[in-house]
Design a protein around this ligand. Structure first.
Ligand code: FMN
Length: 215
């Protein structure tokens, strides 16, 4: 039996009396749903510019293209993005994991220019006056379209007005090929891992939709 057939006919979720997961309510400690691909956010307003890491981010809409990032209100980047009305979202290869860790550990509140300190090469945005990190394999230029207060962060939504990418990181179907250019996954607590160096499986979506004979 193919892997996809086995998965599509797997039994329903276990009943509560077979629960194997540890439960804490309220949570003992919020895990932050890691691991996940980490992003790097830049913004600039006048002569001021900044860069920080963000593990909490998501695509929100295809038409119009929208992307969201959770910015803590204490981050220097938070005020800069709201003043500028724009931000750029970058994805850096695993070889740049040290940069991701560094810009997420140092704040511009201390006066440091992180681009200079960590030697980050930038080029101007195509549409917005934002620094675009040239070591990224994918970057979105975003114009702020909404800001939603979410607990101790603001969920900042941006309309994607330009996209930058390194062609060799993607296959012919524009799917990211992490075995060509490994993206960076963040586990929390300063641990990073290369995307695309583990097992890989492709599923046939139709295998989940068809009704098996006798079902
Ligand atoms: C891997 C990683 C992921 C992070 N994710 C977020 C995030 O999603 N949102 C956030 O507000 N801060 C996040 N941080 C923390 C900020 O990057 C960090 O506080 C940074 O120093 C803020 O810089 P700034 O004050 O110059 O803006 C993350 C840090 C790291 C290292």
């Amino acid at each position: 039996m193919a892997v996809s057939d086995a998965v599509s006919r797997a039994p329903a979720a276990a009943s509560p009396d077979r629960r194997r997961l540890h439960v804490s309510a309220p949570p003992e400690r919020f895990f932050g749903y890691y691991p996940g691909t980490v992003a790097v956010i830049t913004s600039a307003h006048g002569a001021d510019r900044n860069v920080m890491s963000a593990g909490w981010h998501a695509a929100l809409s295809a038409e119009p293209p929208l992307y969201g990032v959770a910015l803590g209100r204490t981050r220097y980047t938070h005020g800069l993005v709201l003043a500028a009305g724009g931000f750029a979202v970058h994805f850096l290869p695993f070889e740049q994991a040290r940069v991701i860790a560094a810009v997420g550990c140092v704040s511009r509140h201390g006066g440091v220019d992180k681009f200079d300190r960590f030697g980050l090469a930038t080029a101007p945005g195509a549409v917005l006056p934002l620094p675009i990190l040239q070591d990224a394999y994918l970057a979105y230029e975003c114009r702020v379209s909404a800001v939603h207060a979410t607990g101790d962060h603001d969920w900042v939504v941006g309309e994607v007005v330009a996209l930058h990418h390194r062609p060799e990181a993607f296959d012919e179907g524009r799917m990211q090929d992490a075995q060509r250019v490994a993206g960076t996954v963040y586990y929390g607590r300063s641990r990073y891992e290369a995307l695309g160096r583990g097992d890989r499986v492709d599923f046939d979506p139709d295998a989940f939709r068809e009704v098996a004979p006798g079902d």
